[in-house]
Design a protein. Structure first.
Lengths: 234, 234
């Protein structure tokens, strides 16, 4: 699901891919697990739990993958549009843009004399000027157009892989209740391991990261279970 | 689901909230709709579609809300840890940090003479120096600690509201097939309107935005329908 992830400027392709795997896998493990757990308290057939779970995995995987792809495309288009606008602005209203450069340098903490010299240098070349405005005024880095499809594929595959883990328990057992027990054990172990590795990777306390991830999954599954059973009883 | 959203530096609280509503609503409309559509082709009871749909809404809403909250908390902790490290570094290895400031200014396009003066000014005050490193070396803005819980609440509420729209159709009709028809009409209209407004808000072509959002929902629902029916037939 859509959390807020700061995008560090300097990540390599491999770490972008790792980040996408983390995104897909953590949601894939959590939501299909919770849905299956919820249904296990409300229906008598494991087949039904699996059918609903597979429908969710397919739906979620397409929504995340295609959604991510389209968001990436939008980012590329947005960058191109802003780039064109900046070139137009430095041509049409150079004094306004020069004042903006000066303002940004003032925020950094430069003196008036240094700023005057710095503004002259930064605005000497149009390409450099525009690059400065894009990065420091708008906070935009040039997006890689090949990143969007790659990212979409990685996220949706990771989501599907994550989602099939909790569902596989219902294949291996006879009743939804047995399925739920095995699914919960398998998924919580995966969430603990995965939360641990994810936190180590990002430099956070790993045990706490493991507990947070497993706790989120357990809470979502518990709530889905209660709601589904409540509704089915009525 | 988790797309990539650039976070513009200068957004106000209201636009951060609007962004959270967009995130929650677009996923809430898509995934529960697709799940319900998928089950409609596989089961005979509308009650079952609603039970599974509600379980998904609860699971997704908690996963997104709690996940977003914890991600926000992590961001706050990460910022605090990096801030402390930068203060330590400018105290312990000031020459290294001074060279980093110089390098950043070189990337901007400043001459050696201007950089020498600028580095002196930027590193004169430790607070200003650290703020410069945080923002321009690490690309980190000070996160608002109250933002994470607010954001989590908004996203999960929007997800739940979005998810109840497609499910409400099954309350209003007698069979899953009738429910699916009404649900698809209602949801696709909502996705079109919502995609249009979202794209207008972010300055993208609105008609294309409307079609993209409705297309994603339709594709996810269609795929879930085919998979669920295929599986139920076996």
């Amino acid at each position: 699901m859509q959390h807020q992830h700061p995008h560090p400027e300097n990540h390599l392709t491999s770490s972008a891919m790792l980040q996408d795997i983390v995104i897909g896998l953590s949601d894939g493990l959590t939501v299909p697990f919770a849905l299956a757990a919820g249904l296990s308290g409300a229906v008598q057939s494991s087949g039904l739990v699996i059918t609903a779970g597979l429908a969710e995995v397919v739906a979620g995987s397409i929504a995340m993958g295609l959604g991510g792809y389209l968001a990436g495309r939008t980012e590329v288009e947005h960058y191109a549009a802003e780039l064109q606008r900046e070139y137009q602005e430095i041509a049409e209203v150079p004094h306004v843009e020069r004042a903006e450069v000066d303002e940004l340098l003032q925020e950094m903490g430069l003196s008036a004399a240094t700023r005057a010299q710095a503004v002259r240098e930064l605005t000497a070349d149009p390409d450099q000027w525009v690059r400065f405005m894009m990065k420091y005024e708008l906070g935009l880095e040039k997006p890689d157009p090949r990143q969007a499809p790659k990212s979409a594929f990685t996220i949706s595959t990771a989501y599907a892989v994550g989602g099939l883990i909790p569902l596989s328990a219902y294949f291996l057992t006879a009743t939804p209740t047995e399925g739920l027990v095995l699914s919960a054990v398998m998924t919580l172990v995966c969430l603990l391991i995965f939360g641990y590795l994810k936190s180590r990777m990002t430099g956070q306390p790993p045990v706490w990261g493991a507990l947070k991830m497993a706790g989120t999954g357990a809470l979502a599954a518990g709530a889905a279970f209660l709601v589904a059973r409540q509704f089915e009883r009525q």
